[in-house]
Write a protein of this length. Structure first.
Length: 86
């Protein structure tokens, strides 16, 4: 997916595409970490076994992975129209 984004950037806009990609990746990591921490904290507050909270976190990560794979499958390869080879 990263290469598709960078390949699809308009000539001269590769830096903007790269910066946007890095921001999206960092926000995704922060969001995932925050949600996992919240699930763990709620489990501890509810006196659940640690394994239950970890299983919920792992199921959430699995769901996010499946959603990502489904999105990536929809990215069709396309010729780079209007780009000349260096």
């Amino acid at each position: 997916a990263s290469l598709s984004i960078l390949e699809g950037a308009a000539p001269g806009e590769e830096g903007n595409a790269s910066a946007s990609l890095q921001i999206a990746m960092n926000l995704g990591i922060a969001l995932g970490t925050g949600v996992a921490g919240a699930i763990l904290a709620l489990g501890v507050a509810a006196s659940q076994p640690l394994a239950n909270s970890l299983n919920q976190i792992n199921l959430g990560m699995l769901a996010a992975t499946v959603a990502t794979l489904l999105a990536v499958i929809r990215i069709a390869p396309h010729p780079l129209a209007g780009r000349s080879e260096p």
